[in-house]
Design a protein around this ligand. Sequence first.
Ligand SMILES: CC(C)(COP(=O)(O)OP(=O)(O)OC[C@H]1O[C@@H](n2cnc3c(N)ncnc32)[C@H](O)[C@@H]1OP(=O)(O)O)[C@@H](O)C(=O)NCCC(=O)NCCS
Length: 112
Amino acid sequence: MAHEHSILHVPPSGTTTHCQHGWIAHVDGTCVGHIYMLIEANKRIKFLDAWVHSEYRRKGIYRSLWDIRWGYVQRNFKGYIVYAWCKPMSLPLLLEKGFEKGEDCVYVESSI
Ligand SMILES: CC(C)(COP(=O)(O)OP(=O)(O)OC[C@H]1O[C@@H](n2cnc3c(N)ncnc32)[C@H](O)[C@@H]1OP(=O)(O)O)[C@@H](O)C(=O)NCCC(=O)NCCS
């Protein structure tokens, strides 16, 4: 790992209807990356919102965030289904980790 970063786990506050965990990568007190997961109904977990600051990319920060989150779900959520909607940059790591590719999904928008 080229950059020395630390990772902070932000557990759900319990004050909203969402049950979301975050993992924040920081260098010298500044956030340089994050990932989240949302605990949903029917023992499902959505992985979402992976981001690493453009100046810190391709140095393994996303991978280290991913591995810490994965260890956490392995320890605490046995029997759950984990899923994610991926962009081309985030898809390869999930395929490497054994996730199976579903249908493609295309973003659309319209101004009102
Ligand atoms: C996707 C993103 C989080 C990756 O962060 P990163 O710290 O640069 O990723 P890492 O260095 O830990 O790379 C881990 C793996 O992800 C994949 N990966 C990362 N960047 C990639 C890219 N530009 N193209 C293809 N694969 C990529 C590779 O499989 C890589 O493994 P490798 O280094 O052994 O090849 C970062 O590029 C980003 O924030 N992108 C913009 C936001 C975004 O698209 N988020 C995904 C939302 S679904």
